[in-house]
Design a protein around this ligand. Structure first.
Ligand code: F2R
Ligand code: MG
Length: 313
């Protein structure tokens, strides 16, 4: 294997394991404020991964990867079936996604079940964005297809335009990270994204990066909540602000709020940029390794790499 292929393979593994590590690190702190995290853990050093158990973010990311691999591309019915089959409610699913999966289980069509949620508006939660890494990897060199598949995969649970756009934005950030396009990432994302709320946050990000903003400013300007527009830009910012995996992910989680999900999305972008070897070994050592644990996740990433380089799509 050439060096560039080896690097690419490591980026694929990094993005999927980065999702799981960020998720597991943030999961015990989900819903905490930034101040509470500082009070309990101090502000020196980095957070330790103690439990190593991942949540719904990683469980759904695994389902997305499994379906892409079986189909060698996207099939909405198969992906919905896989997500439903994999669902373990103990992993802590969002209320909208739970309702969509119940409707799917009852036999509704994959592209209709989630339309009824939130009074017919559909969900703009970050649930479609947090599981998107495999799509960002598989279509990293095809932004048009990436957007189309990101939107369609979101349709399973998140039919609101802003839920879909958040997923496409996160997928494109991962794609640019795979392509080493870090310097140009912010303007490229701003040009790519179609919804104003995301464009505005990407513009604010430029200033926040120039001034090394405080955590309070980042939370006020970009958000740390469960809506896609309050979390995807925050994850991208956390990646761009630092020069390594651990500082970005540690910073993202210390913002509080939706810690597991912002941690998972930051971990995905960082892993896609720096590669698997950049994930701190103590964090990786603690990550769960059961039936669908870290070795399984690594295998999924390797298989995604194989079908991507073989251009079987
Ligand atoms: N569910 C959780 N965490 C709950 C706490 C778990 C706790 N740690 C425990 O131990 O039990 N986390 C997971 O949910 C988030 C992803 O959510 P998803 O899948 O997007 O769900 P949902 O319900 O569709 O959207 C999230 C919330 O966003 C608001 N919202 C969305 N669309 C809306 C609309 N059209 N109008 C108004 N509000 C809307 C709602 O508040 C939704 O509940 C991740 O954090 C994942 O980790
Ligand atoms: Mg969460």
């Amino acid at each position: 294997m050439t060096e560039s292929k080896r690097d690419l393979r490591s980026k694929f593994i990094g993005a999927l394991l980065g999702t799981a590590v960020g998720d597991a690190l943030g999961a015990p702190l989900e819903g905490w404020s930034s101040e509470r995290i500082t009070r309990v853990y101090g502000d020196a050093g980095r957070l330790a991964l103690v439990e190593g158990r991942y949540s719904d973010d990683t469980e759904q990311m695994i389902g997305v990867a499994e379906s892409l691999l079986i189909i060698k591309g996207f099939d909405g019915a198969d992906m919905a079936r896989t997500l439903v089959q994999n669902m373990n409610p103990k992993r802590g699913y969002g209320p909208g996604s739970r309702a969509a999966f119940e409707r799917l289980r009852a036999g509704e069509r994959w592209d209709e079940a989630a339309q009824h949620l939130f009074g017919g508006m559909g969900s703009y939660g970050n649930g479609a964005a947090m599981r998107i890494a495999p799509i960002g990897l598989l279509y990293h060199d095809n932004p048009k297809k990436l957007r189309e598949v990101a939107y369609r995969s979101s349709q399973i649970t998140h039919t609101h335009e802003l839920g879909k756009e958040g997923a496409a934005l996160q997928a494109f950030a991962i794609a640019l990270a795979v392509r080493n396009e870090r310097e140009e990432m912010q303007p490229q994302l701003e040009a790519f994204v179609q919804q104003d709320v995301f464009k505005q946050k990407l513009r604010r990000m430029e200033r926040l990066l120039r001034t090394e903003a405080s955590s309070g400013e980042v939370i006020a300007e970009l958000g740390n909540g469960m809506a896609a527009f309050d979390s995807v830009p925050t994850a991208i910012y956390s990646f761009l602000r630092f020069e390594d995996f651990e500082h970005s992910v540690d910073f993202a989680i210390r913002l509080g709020g939706d810690t597991d999900t912002i941690g998972a999305m930051t971990g995905a972008i960082c892993g896609a940029y720096y590669g698997a070897q950049a994930i701190p070994s103590d964090w990786l050592a603690q990550l769960e390794d059961g039936e669908k644990g870290k070795r399984y996740i690594q295998r999924l990433a390797e298989e995604l790499f194989d079908i991507t380089v073989k251009k079987e799509l």
